[in-house]
Design a protein around this ligand. Structure first.
Ligand SMILES: [Mg+2]
Length: 265
């Protein structure tokens, strides 16, 4: 991971799309600061396509797509994208799974939930679970005292034993049934809505993140950026981001935004 300050100006100038994780990348210790939100807004106003790509639930994503200065949002680790058309006043929703598949998957996720809560003391259902449509989020650090990594690994193992995918963010283990992740749904969104194929996307996108659940994005996008706090989780990453910011969390995101805005002139 090279310091972000070493990003060549020409590479910064080629960026048209900012994909970003939210938790601990845009937010700072659980808060959306004015500085980080302002960075999103300035990017959006300057004409960048701004798309949060998050593990957060559908209920939150409805709000984000509708009210934040963004062009669309990918939620629940790639289960869907939402895009609000402000002119036509229409919320466009695209899900990886059909409504029937979502219903069947929920039955299997409910069984995993029971097993995790019964066998991993100190874990809890994430407070935002009620607003999720496709995944199960187990809290190990947000509203419960932080669990040791060995316990986080046990939660992941329970998901995987049941044939589900599981990804670890900075606060939750998210698990789901289906061959999707943040990357596959981001690709679908860029193609469907913004008419960008993979070759175009590869060179026009910057991705910012902080955790192992961002890894498919770090691997895929040559221009990927970790905010400084990723250092603490770097040992869990096979694919690290190309660049790292000097500042943590939301301040790190603002650092990236100001570099992009400067490059754009
Ligand atoms: Mg994060």
């Amino acid at each position: 991971m090279k310091p972000l300050s070493q990003l060549p100006l020409a590479a910064a100038r080629s960026i048209r799309v900012v994909l970003t994780d939210i938790d601990d990348t845009v937010t700072t210790e659980g808060l959306l600061t004015a500085k980080a939100y302002g960075a999103l807004e300035e990017l959006h106003r300057a004409g960048f396509i701004v798309i949060p790509v998050t593990g957060r639930p559908a209920g939150w994503c409805d709000h984000i797509a509708r009210m934040w200065p963004v062009d669309a949002v990918v939620g629940e680790n790639g289960a869907f994208y939402f895009r609000y058309d402000r002119q036509r006043k229409k919320m466009q929703q695209h899900f990886w799974a059909s409504p029937e598949e979502l219903k069947q998957n929920r039955i299997r996720l409910d069984a995993i939930e029971k097993e995790v809560l019964a066998t991993v003391p100190g874990s809890a259902l994430a407070s935002d679970q009620a607003y999720r449509l496709a995944d199960l989020a187990v809290d190990f650090c947000e509203d419960v005292p932080a669990l040791p990594e060995t316990e986080v690994d046990r939660i992941v193992a329970i998901f995987e034993k049941a044939g589900a995918q599981a990804k670890v963010s900075s606060i939750h283990v998210n698990g789901w049934f289906g061959a999707y992740n943040k990357l596959s749904m981001a690709k679908t969104l860029l193609a469907d809505v913004f008419g960008m194929d993979w070759e175009q996307a590869k060179n026009a996108v910057v991705y910012a993140g902080d955790s192992p659940n961002d890894e498919p994005m770090f691997e895929a996008f040559p221009l990927s950026v970790g905010v400084a706090n990723i250092q603490a989780l770097a040992h869990r990453l096979t694919h690290k981001p190309a660049y790292i910011t000097e500042n943590h969390s939301g301040d790190g995101f603002a650092e990236l935004a100001s570099l992009l805005l400067k490059a754009k002139g």
